[in-house]
Design a protein around this ligand. Structure first.
Ligand code: IMP
Length: 426
C-alpha cells in the first residue's frame, strides 16, 4: 500500500484483536523505514513466522525483524520494562541485532508490578478476562495524572518519591478491594534503579522522530495492537482494553497530527475470534467452533487461553471500517476455511424483532442480537500455495468478494498461511 502518495500508513485490527497484524506488519515492513507501536503494551502478542522460527513480539514493533527498519515505541504505549528487556534478550539470542534500531518515547508510561496486582484484584469483581498485564491500572494512573513515565527515570530521586506515593496508594486500593496482596516499595525501587541505565539510552522524543520521518516522506508504518471492538471508546464496553486501538489513537499515540496519516489498513480474519469475556454474536457452536480453533491454532499468544471462534461478522467489520476510516482490508487465515462445505457469513443482526445494521452501544443488546447469515459455498482445494487471486478456487474468490462488498472497503491483501511468502497482494 506504500506509494508516492501513501508514505504514512496505519495497520489496525478490525475485529477483537489477534487478526494477524504481526504478519501483515512484517510483510509491509520490508518496504518501510520506520515501524511504530502506539498503544497498548505487553497485552499484545504479535506472532511472526520466518522459516521454521516463530517470534512472538509483545512490545517491540514487528518491524524489528527487518534489519533496515528503525522501530519506535510511542508515547501512547504503556511499557513494561522488564518484559521489554526479556524480549530484547531473546531477539539477541536468536541473532537479531537491535543496536541503534529501537527507541522508546520518553513520554511513555511505565507498567509496574503494583499495576499487575491491581489488575488481578479488580478482575475478581469485574471479571473482564483481562490479560493480567496491568494495562488497565497503568492507563488509570496515566489519566489520573499520577503515572510514572520513562522520562521520570532521568531524575531518580523524584521517581523514588513518586513510587513511594504510588505504592502506598496501590496498597490502600488493594486493601479496599479485599485483596491480601501488597506491593513492596523496595522491590519497585530496586526495579527502576536496575532498569533505568538500560532504558534511558533508548529513551527519546519519539514523536519528533516520527514527525521528521513523515516530513522527509520516509515510509512509516504505525502498528496497532488489539482490535476495534476492544477500543475503550468504540468497543464492546466494558469488555474492552484501556486504550484507543482505532486509527485515531495512532496519531495521538505516535505523537503526530492526524493529517500526517495517508491510509489505514484494517486486518480481519476470514472468520472471527475473541479471547476474554464479552459478547461474540457470530460465535459458532459445536463442532465448527472447535474445528476453527484447531485448524487456526486459536490460542492466546500472551495467555495461552483458547480463543472463542465464529463466523465472519460483517456488522463488526463495517463498524470498524467507519470508526477507523479504513482505506483497505487485509483478510488473513483464508486457508483455515479450506475444506468447509459451507461457510456462513453474518451480514447484519436482528434485535427484538427488528433489523439492526449498526453496533448497539450496550453489551446487553449485543448479547441478545441474532445474526442474519448468508451461507456461502466452501471449497475443497488447499489455498496455501496461492500467490495471486487467480490461483484461488472460484468459491474462495467469491467469498472474498462478498466480504469486500459487505465491509465496504477494498481487499488489498489476502494471507493464506503463517509464512511470510503466503500472501496475495491484490
Ligand atoms: P487488557 O488489555 O489486559 O486489560 O484486557 C482487556 C480485554 O482485551 C480482554 O478481553 C483481553 O482478552 C483483551 N485483549 C487484550 N489484548 C489483546 C490482544 O492482543 N488480543 C486479543 N485480545 C486482547
Amino acid at each position: 500500500m506504500f506509494d508516492a502518495q501513501t508514505t504514512c500508513l496505519v495497520v489496525v485490527g478490525a475485529q477483537w484483536g489477534d487478526e494477524g497484524k504481526g504478519k501483515l506488519v512484517d510483510v509491509l515492513a520490508e518496504r518501510a523505514d520506520f515501524v511504530v507501536r502506539y498503544q497498548g503494551g505487553a497485552n499484545a502478542g504479535h506472532t511472526v513466522v520466518i522459516g521454521d522460527a516463530q517470534f512472538i513480539l509483545r512490545q517491540i514493533p514487528s518491524g524489528i525483524l527487518h534489519p533496515r527498519v528503525t522501530c519506535l515505541i510511542g508515547n501512547g504505549v504503556v511499557l513494561e520494562p522488564e518484559n521489554l528487556f526479556k524480549e530484547l534478550d531473546s531477539l539477541h539470542e536468536r541473532g537479531i541485532d537491535t543496536e541503534g534500531r529501537l527507541y522508546i518515547s520518553d513520554r511513555a508510561h511505565l507498567v509496574l508490578p503494583y499495576h499487575k496486582l491491581l489488575d488481578a484484584a479488580s478482575e475478581k469483581s469485574q471479571n473482564l478476562g483481562t490479560t493480567g498485564r496491568g494495562i488497565g491500572p497503568a492507563y488509570e494512573d496515566k489519566y489520573g495524572r499520577r503515572g510514572v513515565r520513562v522520562a521520570d527515570l532521568r531524575r531518580l530521586e523524584c521517581a523514588r518519591a513518586a513510587l513511594a506515593d504510588r505504592v502506598r496508594r496501590a496498597n490502600q486500593l488493594l486493601e479496599m478491594m479485599g485483596s491480601g496482596e501488597r506491593a513492596n516499595l523496595d522491590e519497585h525501587l530496586r526495579l527502576v534503579e536496575r532498569l533505568a541505565p538500560r532504558l534511558l539510552p533508548l529513551a527519546t522524543d519519539a514523536g519528533l522522530m516520527v514527525y521528521r520521518a513523515v516530513r522527509e516522506r520516509r515510509r512509516v508504518l504505525l502498528e496497532g495492537a488489539q482490535g476495534a471492538l476492544l477500543d475503550v471508546d468504540h468497543g464492546t464496553y466494558p469488555y474492552v482494553t484501556s486504550s484507543n486501538t482505532t486509527a485515531g489513537g495512532a496519531a495521538v499515540g505516535a505523537g503526530i497530527g492526524p493529517t500526517a496519516i495517508d491510509g489505514v489498513l484494517g486486518v480481519v480474519k476470514a472468520y472471527t475470534t475473541r479471547v476474554g469475556n464479552g459478547p461474540l454474536p457470530t460465535e459458532a457452536g459445536s463442532p465448527y467452533g472447535e474445528r476453527l480453533r484447531e485448524l487456526g491454532g486459536e490460542f492466546g499468544a500472551v495467555t495461552g487461553r483458547p480463543r472463542r471462534c465464529g463466523w465472519f461478522d460483517a456488522t463488526v467489520v463495517r463498524y470498524a471500517t467507519r470508526v477507523n476510516g479504513l482505506t483497505g482490508l487485509a483478510v488473513t487465515k483464508l486457508d483455515v476455511l479450506d475444506g468447509f462445505a459451507e461457510i456462513p457469513v453474518g451480514t447484519m443482526y436482528r434485535l427484538d424483532g427488528h433489523s439492526c445494521e449498526e453496533m448497539p452501544a450496550e453489551v446487553e443488546a449485543l448479547a441478545r442480537v441474532e445474526p442474519v447469515y448468508d451461507v456461502l459455498p466452501g471449497w475443497t482445494q488447499p489455498t496455501g500455495n496461492a500467490r495471486k487471486l487467480a490461483d484461488l478456487p472460484a468459491a474462495a474468490r467469491a467469498y472474498l468478494d462478498r466480504l469486500e462488498k459487505l465491509s465496504g472497503v477494498p481487499v488489498r491483501y489476502v494471507s493464506v498461511g503463517t509464512r511470510r511468502d503466503q500472501i496475495i497482494e491484490v
